[in-house]
Design a protein around this ligand. Structure first.
Ligand code: SAH
Length: 257
């Protein structure tokens, strides 16, 4: 069977540089055996995953032509799910913990990270190649222009490392943007010292109107915001500031009730 023809609608940009593929797989450190690769394509990462005897490799791929290619070229690959990652109850299929890896389809990379966040107690480590801008956003600290919802929510539960930048020239076809590989490792925080659903609501509401002062953007969640935060904008708050602010809003609500 010849090579898979790249389909634009599926975000297919196949990595052609073996050294980079190996470096991505080598970035995975955790000793949990179950691993899920999202969007394996022609298996440039998969081949190196299969070389690690301690790993139990699962892949999920939406493109049937790629699935057929994988079946033919990797007879030892036992778990190929021919499915849309966004529609699959992936966490339900593993008994315990599993790690995640992939050169992610860039059109759904944010959605992949929201899934990783939701399944955070099952996923100790994620190594993903994404658009450079997305990697920068996820790793950004407060004060940065690109600091946003995913930065705060992911950093609350993961230690995040921007590992390296990847040129557009090592893909077929080359994407319009540069790429980067990031690693997320679950941190020690089991539960936040505040209501976690409210925390998510506060972060989303604050950044959905990022130019506004918090007393305006959070009006629906809290009528009289504590003075310390009232005139701040979301990019000024660290992750722990958001946690503290959520706790204060929670107390105000409880006192009123
Ligand atoms: N890992 C390969 C391919 C990366 S391109 C490489 O590095 O060369 C992204 C891959 O994700 C493609 O193979 C595409 O078919 C697949 N993909 C896109 N959307 C998907 C989805 N919703 N679920 C699963 N796979 C998807």
């Amino acid at each position: 069977m010849s090579f898979v023809k790249p389909k634009k609608g599926l975000g297919q940009h196949f990595l052609t540089d073996q050294n980079i593929a190996r470096k991505i797989v080598d970035s995975l450190g955790s000793d949990v055996p179950d691993i899920l690769e999202i969007g394996p394509g022609m298996g440039v990462l998969t081949q190196y995953l299969l070389q690690r005897p301690e790993l139990n490799v699962h892949v999920i791929e939406i493109d049937r032509e790629s699935v057929a290619y994988l079946q033919q070229h990797f007879p030892t690959l036992q778990h190929i799910w021919s499915e849309d990652f966004l529609k699959a109850d992936v966490a339900g299929r593993f008994d315990g913990k599993f790690n995640v890896i992939g050169n992610f389809p860039y059109n759904i990379s944010s959605q992949i990270f929201f899934r990783v966040l939701a399944w955070r107690n099952r996923i100790p480590e994620t190594v993903g190649m994404v658009q450079k801008e997305v990697a920068e956003r996820i790793a950004a600290s407060n004060g940065s222009k690109v600091y946003g919802i995913l930065s705060v929510l992911l950093q609350a539960f993961f230690d995040i490392e921007y590992l390296f930048t990847v040129s557009e020239n090592v893909f077929n076809p080359p994407p319009k943007v540069k790429s980067a590989v990031i690693r997320l490792r679950r941190n020690q925080v089991e539960t936040l010292p505040c209501n976690e659903n409210l925390f998510i609501q506060v972060v989303k509401a604050a950044f959905n109107q990022r130019r506004k002062m918090l007393r305006n953007s959070l009006k629906d969640l809290c009528e009289a915001l504590p003075a310390e935060f009232a005139e701040k904008r979301p990019e000024q708050l660290s992750v722990s500031d958001f946690i503290r602010l959520t706790g204060m809003i929670e107390n105000l609500k409880n006192n009123k009730a």
